[in-house]
Structures are given as C-alpha cells and as structure tokens.
Design a protein around this ligand. Sequence first.
Ligand code: MEV
Length: 435
Amino acid sequence: MRRNSRWPGFYKLSVEDRRRVAAEALGIDVDDLISALGDGGLKCDKADKIIENVVGTFSLPFALALNVQINGQDFIAPMVVEEPSVVAAASNAARMVREGGGFTAEADEPIMIAQVQLDEVVDSVRACTRIRQHVGELIELGNEAVPGLVRRGGGVRGVEPRDLGEGMVVVHFHVDCRDAMGANLVNTVAEAVSDRVEELCGGRMGLRILSNLCDRRKVRVTCRVPSHALAADGFDGADVRDGVVRASRFAERDPYRAATHNKGLMNGLDAVVLATGNDWRAVEAGAHAYAARTGQYSPLCTWRADHDDLVGTLEIPLSLGTVGGPARVHDAARLGLRVVDASSAVELAMVAASVGMASNLAALRALATDGIQRGHMALHARSVASAAGALGADVERVAHRIHAAGNVTLEAAKRVLAELSRSTTSSTSAPPPGQ
Ligand code: MEV
C-alpha cells in the first residue's frame, strides 16, 4: 500500500481518535495497535527475561511523526521520546522539507566492523603483510561462524590490518549484517577468527569486539527547503534561512555549540531508534565518534543558502536492524517497525536520519526566530498541568492559563487547577436561576 504521511489535524484529535485514524491509514487492525501499546509494549514477565534484577517496566510516550517524504516515498516515523516539542517540531520541519521535494537519502551497505586486537607484536609490518596475504582464508573462516547470515546474503566482505604502533596491531573484519544491527554476528566473527589472526601476527591476543564507529555503514541525507516555507510569525523566510546558516556556521566553528546542535539532531533520530527497538547507545557512540573524526568535534548536519533555498547536508554512521534485537519480545518496538514499514535496515536508517535532520532544522529555525522557549513552554505547560493532577480537558485549560500568564510552574498549575475545580463546584452547587 502506498502511504501518505500528510495527516492534517492529527495532533488535534484525542488519543483514541488518533489510534483509529492511524490504524486505518497504516492498514493495521486498531485492536492490534492498542494491544501492542498496552503496558508500554512490554509486560513485566517478559522484561524479566531480557535483563537482570527486574522489578518493573518503564513507559515513555509513543508518537508518530508525519509529513516525512524520502526519495519520493512517504513514511510515518514512530518516535519514542519524553521531551515536549520534538515530535511536533520534526513533523513541522518535515512539512517544510516536503515543499522542496522531500529528503534525498542514500546509504552504504550495512557493513559493521569487528576488531581483533593484538599486543606485543614483535614485527607489526610483517604481521600486517601476513594478514593481507591470508585475506581469502580469513574471510572463509569468518563466514563459517555465521552460516545463517551468509544464507541471508551477508557475511565477511573484507579484512584490513591496522598498525597502531608500539607493537599493537588491530585487524578489522568488515561484516555485511544485512537487516540485523549486527552486534552479536560481528562479535561471533571476531571470536571465531582470532586464533588464526594470532597465529599469523604473533603477539598476544587482546580484545575481540565490534566497533561502534561503524563508518562503513553511513547514511547521507540532503534536503532543499524554499525560503518561503521557512517564514515564521513576523519573520521573513529569507531571514530565517540566513539565520539557520549562521547557526550552522557557529556549530562548525565551536564544539560547545556543535554538541548542542547534534543533540537537537539526535532528539529526532534517537526517538525513531528507540521506537523501533534499536540500540540507541550504539548509535550515539558512533555518531559522536564520527562527529569528532577530524580532531575537532563538528556538526553532523550543516546548512547553506543556495539561491533562494536552504540546503541541508547530513552524514552519519548508523547501525540499525529490522530483525533480531528487542523487537523479538517488545510489542511496541514491533509495532514501531510495522509503522515505519521500511523494506530493509538501510531504509530504516534513512528514515531515522531524515527525522534527525528535520529535528535539527526545527531547532535552528526556532533559535533563529523566536528562540526555543516559546513553543517549548506551550507544550511543556501540558506536562506541568498533568503533573499538577489535571485530567481530561482540564489539562489544556490549565496549560493554556499558566502559559498565557508566563508562569509554567507546578505551583501555578496547582493553583489554576484548584480555581477551576472551585468554579466547577460552585457552578454545579448553585445553578443559575431558572434551571
Ligand atoms: C533541545 O533538546 C535541543 C536544542 O538545544 C538543539 C539546538 O540548540 O540546536 C534546542
């Protein structure tokens, strides 16, 4: 089914109505959708089989980002995140990008790196030569350890020795993990080949483990947003475009800013990673190591003006899977994968990266105009209202009043809630004359 991710007014619906609309648009039975999200997608007895010392589970909001179009195809991106504004901002920025033709994305093959480390190697130049002379044999040995992966079309693609100096040699095995994130596969390969690597190189065996700097598994996304689509209340589109470019240049010069710039990007990207049951720590480790690859920590996504347009460019290593991992036992993660409906792990990575780019654009646009707090506070007011005990329609009432008063605090929310309930009580206990 060809999907359309433009669902105007979706945000205005009740949760119940959103579920109905989403289920219909996604071709998922509404009861399946509801039951997948019950208990946050994970019952305690299942959680107890996943990690140790379990005493319960911990839920986060599961939402849908809309308007995402990549290479001409629409995607609905599932997002799990606790921060207000992130989903709305990503959907809003994706709509602007859509006006310029959507995101254009491409990705490397899903190649992970297994590292086999050797210490105390007497002749490291000779060790590296011996590895190069035995590449075919080592590939075969690695593949024998992962027959299932080889059957699915993956396997070891290359072997690369690296001399780290002072007798330390590391041998990289490049493993095509197909639709798996690949940590277990890659670690299996590393352990299976290590004895032979030690025989060839001499020295003492060290670590055998994947590298999270998966720079052979990168995604590249670009987008072109016409200036008029960037216009905000009281801000001309071209000024906003130039403000976003200035913000990008700031991040390119200053690691203090680059860290926050990338955090805004990871707000959206991680939310998709989490909603599809993927390992966000692996993604974070790889992203930041890659951002620091030149020796200066830099922005992963940069922005430039091109004629009337704003052009964004993102490159990031991403190790995501659509098979294996927590999705096997986590109903909501499985639902996340159904929602995004990516045809492969590579396509899922393109969606996550595009949502990351949308989040980055939304943050820079807000910073270049009103500042981040106005929109953020409007949404934050709802969670403060709810924390103060407001229920149902009172959440919006309380949120509206504390936001309008510029006092988004728990105390203010409690005060407003008490006023509301007093006025409800007095109006029900003393009906107007004639009733
Ligand atoms: C907040 O979660 C993210 C931002 O700080 C990102 C940015 O400054 O670009 C708004």
